[in-house]
Design a protein around this ligand. Structure first.
Ligand code: MN
Length: 744
């Protein structure tokens, strides 16, 4: 018998040990198929290639995965390394197995090397997302474990690469899936190649200390077993040393010595049920002195990956501390095998020794599934869609981009740069030209074809793309590049929305006053501006039309109320019947207003006094309708309100305003004093203000290098009269040659 068959027979024996009713014929067929296809291929070790898939199948069997997984493991390199296809495998071993093999192949083809560290998280996610069935990942992890175990045959460079990948990608995935045992082995193997010196240091120190503590593990174990037996606790006790990588991390990252590591030795006590866990904890604490602050109850509060146990650290013989982990058999399976424990449970259930299906609750939680399918079906069809809302694709340089699911080449182009999106003329996915709306799939390599003469994005792109980033960048482009076009499209969209709302454009533009009021409602100065905003997508036509309609309704109602009031008053005074009038009220007569300002045509609108010229009652003023902050009031002589400098498109936003009766309220304003600098100048200014009973809010004086001084004042005054009086007084101060209002 050749080596291949020898190894296979061994595997078959092990499979039958785990599962006596295994369909051995099918498994053997898979072995023969793989053996034929790999033919004379050799591994770096010089062994026939088939030895590798057999070894992977051994590990899969140790995890007690199902038969499809074992068959899949035997065939896992067939698509990648032989002329075998998905179709061939599907015909002979079923679609399930073929899908598994293809999934593993895809993961194998992912190249991690030479990537930046920060991309590792993306890679991990991508890895998870690419496997539609969690078994694909499990087989891939077994494959990686065997490759790591046989890494000594590879070149130095390859060893480092694979070890890094294992540490950065595979071990964290094993951790996420809760597979501690596999994770530890991967970590130790990877460390051995990444930092051989550190690895052997730890190994050596461990050897030294265990010689020193000779018999400690056995001794303690016997001690614990004896006591628990006396208490009548059904249990199994295991003692072990922590795995090398975890010690290495504590020594190097946390800078601890071996003596400072409390959990160098760890015991596991595995019991039948949860009450027994707490019972054992009591015994342990009774036997040994517990270390304060080291007790953790992961039974009450499981770890996010489903791990449950009680942890405590106690001090044993000769003051050597050790950790004790106490858990049930179920918890133990979960802790060691994670997701893979599912199949173990399934077989356990057949002997009805283990709990109910409810124990899988954590698998569901772990994988964040919404559906409540039966666990078996669930795990089989389990897409590891923790990341189902994301898709991971590559640039031609191999950078990973994460995009929302359903993303298109447009999203991809804009995720690189807006310039790429704006000059995009085509796209290639995996080397083939595709349309812009093609949804991207995990692992696609996407290349954007650009041209300097590109006409820029089309409006349809905003509907096609999935990411907000792309949509915003396209909108931005339209806003900047296409004002004329925006106005035309915006106008058409607006008109059609108005029609929906039962209005016509001509009804709105009927009077300039009405149009003005309506535009103010949507915060625009001119119709073109409104159109442009709708055109580039900054404002939806529907919203604009809706607001205009509201405003029309409101104005109509006000008009009716006013007409009714007038009619009532008229009829009271004359006794005649008066018909509603449409005469406009005048805003010229000062009325009471909370802000002190009456804005023509607007009642009680928000008013703010501009900081540039700080107007006070009595100043001739003018108003400007801002976008969003109501009306800002300027002095008529403020440079910012100079009619010659007003922008034509903002013409409609300048409004007439008048001071109302402001009563006792005061207004903030600023003055600037220029003077010859001298001692006591600021003091004199302050005295003069105080004599005038002026309310001073702020005073700052600065000496100029040329012997002059500038003093800025902030005052609160009731009006222009008071201000003029103050200015006069200040002008009389010795050395002052100019007192002026800010902005004037
Ligand atoms: Mn392989």
């Amino acid at each position: 018998m050749d080596l291949a068959h020898e190894r296979y027979e061994e595997l078959e024996r092990h499979i039958l040990e785990t599962n006596p009713s295994a369909d051995v014929e099918r498994i053997r067929a898979a072995f023969e198929y793989a053996n034929d296809h790999h033919g004379p291929q050799l591994r770096k070790s010089g062994e026939p290639y088939i030895i590798h898939p057999i070894a992977v199948a051994e590990i899969v069997n140790e995890l007690e995965l199902d038969q499809d997984s074992i068959v899949g493991a035997l065939l896992h390199d067939c698509i990648e390394d032989t002329d075998s296809t998905h179709g061939d495998i599907a015909r002979l071993f079923g679609v399930q197995v073929a899908d598994l093999v293809e999934g593993v192949t895809k993961l194998t083809r992912m190249q991690y090397t030479s990537r930046e560290d920060e991309q590792m998280e993306n890679l991990r996610k991508m890895f998870m997302a690419m496997a539609k069935d969690v078994r694909v990942i499990l087989i891939k992890l077994c494959d990686r474990l065997h490759n790591m175990r046989t890494l000594q045959y590879q070149s130095d460079k390859k060893q480092k690469e694979k070890a890094l990948e294992t540490m950065e990608v595979y071990a964290p995935i094993a951790h996420r899936l809760g597979m501690q045992k596999l994770k530890w082995e991967l970590e130790d193997l990877a460390l051995c190649y990444l930092d051989p010196v550190g690895f052997h240091d730890v190994e050596e120190e461990l050897a030294n200390i265990t010689t020193l503590h000779a018999g400690f593990l056995d001794n303690m174990q016997a001690h614990i077993e004896h006591r628990l037996a006396r208490e009548g606790v059904q249990c199994k006790v295991y003692g072990r040393l922590k795995h090398i990588y975890s010690i290495y991390r504590k020594m190097y990252a946390q800078n601890k010595t071996l003596n400072e590591i409390f959990d160098l030795y760890a015991f596991r006590v595995i019991v039948e049920d949860i009450p027994a866990c707490y019972n054992v904890l009591g015994c342990i604490h009774d036997m040994f002195k517990p270390v304060l602050g080291r007790f953790k109850d992961y039974i009450g509060t499981p770890k996010p990956n489903g791990y449950q146990s009680l942890h405590t650290t106690v001090v044993g013989k000769d003051g050597i501390p050790f950790e004790v982990q106490i858990r049930t058999w179920q918890m133990h399976q979960t802790a060691e095998y994670g997701v893979a424990a599912h199949w173990k449970y399934k077989q356990g259930l057949a002997n009805s020794r283990l709990g109910t299906e409810r124990e899988f609750e954590w698998v569901r939680k772990l994988l964040e599934s919404q559906q409540d399918t039966d666990p078996d079906e669930f795990v089989r069809t389990l897409r590891v869609d923790m990341f189902s809302d994301e898709v991971f694709v590559f640039t031609p340089n191999g950078d990973v981009k994460s995009l929302p699911a359903g993303a298109t080449p447009i999203d991809f182009a804009y995720s690189i740069h807006s310039a790429v999106g704006n000059s995009m003329t085509g796209a290639r996915v995996n080397g083939r030209i595709v349309t812009f709306e093609t949804p991207l799939k995990n692992g696609d390599i996407v290349e954007i074809i650009t041209s300097k003469s590109a006409r820029g994005p089309s409006r349809d792109w905003m509907k096609i793309c999935k990411s907000n980033e792309a949509r915003n960048k396209i909108r931005q482009w339209f806003k900047k590049e296409r004002r004329e076009e925006n106005i035309a499209t915006g106008r058409a969209m607006f008109e059609s929305e108005l029609k929906h709302a039962g209005l016509t454009l001509s009804a709105i533009t009927a009077s300039a006053d009405l149009l003005d009021t309506l535009l103010k409602r949507v915060r625009f100065g001119a119709l073109d501006e409104l159109y442009a905003a709708i055109g580039y997508g900054g404002l939806s036509a529907q919203k604009a039309a809706g607001r205009i309609k509201e405003e029309m309704t409101r104005l109509g109602r006000l008009e009716r109320q006013r007409a009714e009031q007038e009619a009532m008053q008229a009829s009271l005074s004359s006794g005649e019947t008066v018909y509603p009038s449409t005469a406009k009220g005048s805003a010229q007569v000062p009325r009471r207003s909370t802000s002190g300002i009456i804005v023509e045509g607007l009642d009680n609108c928000m008013v703010k006094f501009s900081k540039c010229c700080t107007p006070v009652p009595g100043d001739p003023v003018v108003g400007f309708i801002t976008k969003g902050y109501g009306v800002s009031i300027h002095r008529q002589d403020c440079p910012n309100a100079d009619p010659a400098r007003r922008k034509p498109e903002e013409q409609g936003r300048w409004v007439k305003v008048a001071w109302a009766d402001t009563g006792d309220s005061t207004f903030r304003t600023s003055l600037e004093i220029s003077a010859k600098d001298r001692d006591g100048l600021a003091l004199d200014v302050a005295m003069a203000l105080s004599a005038q009973k002026a309310k001073l809010n702020n005073l700052s004086a600065r000496s100029q290098p040329d012997g002059y001084a500038i003093i800025n004042l902030e005052l609160a005054v009731q009006g222009q009269d008071e201000l003029t009086r103050i200015i006069n007084k200040l002008s009389q101060i010795n050395g002052v040659f100019l007192v002026k209002r800010a902005g004037g």
